[in-house]
Design a protein around this ligand. Structure first.
Ligand SMILES: Cc1cc2nc3c(=O)[nH]c(=O)nc-3n(C[C@H](O)[C@H](O)[C@H](O)COP(=O)(O)OP(=O)(O)OC[C@H]3O[C@@H](n4cnc5c(N)ncnc54)[C@H](O)[C@@H]3O)c2cc1C
Ligand SMILES: NC(=O)c1ccc[n+]([C@@H]2O[C@H](COP(=O)([O-])OP(=O)(O)OC[C@H]3O[C@@H](n4cnc5c(N)ncnc54)[C@H](OP(=O)(O)O)[C@@H]3O)[C@@H](O)[C@H]2O)c1
Ligand SMILES: *[C@@H]1O[C@H](CO)[C@@H](O)[C@H](O)[C@H]1NC(C)=O
Ligand SMILES: *[C@@H]1O[C@H](CO)[C@@H](O)[C@H](O)[C@H]1NC(C)=O
Length: 435
């Protein structure tokens, strides 16, 4: 009897799940459901920020000038490289092409039900065994009345984490007569020409948008509540504190500074949501983003046949998708025996307490950063597969340090992996080959 697995989403995470399910077609039958007509997830560029070509609400996608923020040498899936001859930081079109090539190479596209949206996922007890199975209801996004319910042995949720923008509600916000938008709707700098713009939040989106927009805007206020940035910024990007309140044509920052402003872009990140999971799934969300009860940010501790691939932040995502998928398959196949639910929950709580103790907020519970290396090794051990080579951690540390020094130029670095332990790096004209 094959193990039937429903994979929700055909972005990089869902495609990775399918790639490994197909590699073991003696054991698994994977069916991938994708609401759009194409594979690629948020790497598909759309001018329309609100919906796809079939009217399905879509929120996150790449913007026009987006280049990767991770060098391709450590961004790629471990079993599929980017083509030769490209710089390390590539435009989004190159990533979409890479994802399409991956899907083609592993023969995945034929196994995807496109224009099919998952509407409901519900656990059901089997007749004679205790094993839970999953009722999965999906509909055709064009002909909604065309709706089907099927049983699966397992569900892999691979829907990304960028469908739900986090929208702050600051005092006086409704009074503001300028434009307010979320970074997910940003496509290009031109509409902000000659404006005074606030970018709220100074992670990747905030920094990238502030820099891009500063090329045409009068000035950009990069507003945030974190420590002062160490990076070089363009002269007309002014770092200021977080937003205290809005007036009709101005914004007041937390230190009392008030500035006339035309547009405010909330670069405030995203929340998770799983509208198709019934209450019986016992999935909870804390602070909009922390999903519980999950073992290793991945496996539901009460229903181990329900997995969430792709929750981790501040990581090299594709590589983690690969390792997470192999862990899920090992569990489903019975090659990996998980600890008891109590032990798994304790493990998760211990990890979460450490996370909080290091000063990070609840909504960043799945943010790993420096913890990703031990996490990756743990996944490789659980899956009994090859761990990621150390060179990945070394390249990550090098490019992150350069990013924090100079966000304007770090994408000029080119990396070459010379072994599993070492790399060469070229940065503008300055050649350093060491480490
Ligand atoms: C602006 C931005 C820039 C980024 N830049 C980088 C980068 O440079 N490098 C990098 O490695 N990562 C980057 N990331 C992280 C990015 O999230 C990952 O690269 C990757 O796309 C995540 O893949 P995913 O498959 O988890 O999710 P997604 O790519 O979001 O794909 C999820 C898919 O699930 C489908 N789906 C959702 N709900 C349903 C449903 N109910 N039924 C059927 N289908 C459904 C969606 O249509 C979508 O196709 C960036 C993220 C953002 C937001
Ligand atoms: N390839 C690229 O160049 C590129 C470009 C953009 C984004 N990305 C990727 O996209 C993903 C999302 O990045 P992101 O920058 O959009 O989101 P993010 O990493 O979640 O960052 C959001 C930031 O906004 C802050 N914030 C939230 N609410 C706030 C408020 N009310 N006031 C002040 N600050 C607030 C958050 O701080 P707290 O957490 O403290 O609240 C956080 O620092 C990441 O994976 C990133 O790498 C990549
Ligand atoms: C990086 O590589 C690309 C492609 O080979 C090349 O065009 C570019 O000049 C390189 N950059 C540096 C700094 O060497
Ligand atoms: C829609 O109907 C066709 C033909 O009856 C069927 O093959 C297909 O799977 C259906 N799609 C969905 C999403 O139920």
């Amino acid at each position: 009897m094959v193990i039937r697995v429903a994979v929700i989403g055909a972005g990089p995470a869902g495609l990775c799940a399918m790639r490994h399910l197909l590699a073991r077609s003696d054991v698994f039958e994977g069916v991938c459901f994708e609401q759009c007509s194409k594979l690629g997830g948020m790497w598909i560029y759309r001018d329309n920020a609100l919906e796809d070509e079939n009217g399905v609400p879509m929120l996150a996608c790449v913007y026009k000038n987006l280049k990767t923020n991770i060098p391709k040498e450590i961004m790629a899936f471990p079993d599929f490289s980017f083509p030769e001859g490209l710089p390390s930081f590539v435009p989004h079109e190159t990533v979409l092409q890479y994802i399409q090539d991956y899907a083609e190479h592993f023969n995945i596209a034929g196994r995807i039900k496109f224009k099919t949206q998952i509407e409901r996922v519900n656990p059901v007890k089997g007749d004679n065994s205790e094993a839970v199975r999953w009722e999965v209801t999906y509909s055709d996004v064009v002909h909604r009345e065309n709706r089907t319910t099927e049983l699966f042995d397992a569900v892999m949720v691979c829907i990304g984490k960028s469908m739900n923008p986090r929208m702050p509600d600051q005092p006086g916000q409704h009074r503001f007569e300028g434009q307010i938008m979320h970074s997910c709707c940003y496509r290009e700098p031109e509409p902000f020409r000659n404006q005074a713009v606030v970018c709220l939040g100074a992670q990747m989106s905030g920094l990238d948008l502030a820099v891009e927009i500063s090329s045409v805007a009068d000035k950009v206020f990069l507003s945030h509540n974190k420590d002062k940035l160490t990076t070089v910024l363009p002269a007309n990007v002014i770092e200021v504190q977080g937003i205290k309140s809005f007036n009709s044509h101005s914004v007041v920052f937390l230190d009392g500074l008030e500035q006339p402003v035309d547009s405010v872009i909330f670069c405030t990140g995203y929340e998770n949501s799983y509208p198709f999971l019934t209450d019986n799934c016992h999935v909870n969300l804390q602070s909009g983003s922390r999903v519980t009860p999950l073992y290793k940010h991945l496996i539901h501790t009460e229903f181990p046949s329900l997995a969430f691939v792709g929750l981790c932040k501040m990581v090299s995502p594709f590589q983690i998708f690969h390792l997470q998928t192999l862990v899920v398959l090992a569990v489903l196949e019975g090659k990996l025996t998980l600890p008891s639910k109590e032990e798994m929950d304790q493990d998760t709580e211990k990890d979460f307490r450490e996370h909080l103790a290091s000063g990070l907020p609840v909504h960043d519970a799945h943010s790993l950063d420096d913890r990703q290396w031990s996490y990756n090794d743990k996944l490789a051990k659980l899956a009994n597969c090859q761990r990621l080579p150390r060179v990945i951690e070394k390249i990550w540390k090098k490019y992150q340090a350069t990013y924090h020094e100079n966000t304007l130029t770090y994408r000029n670095m080119n990396f070459t992996r010379t072994s599993d332990e070492s790399f060469d790096m070229v940065y503008q004209n300055d050649i350093s080959s060491n480490l």
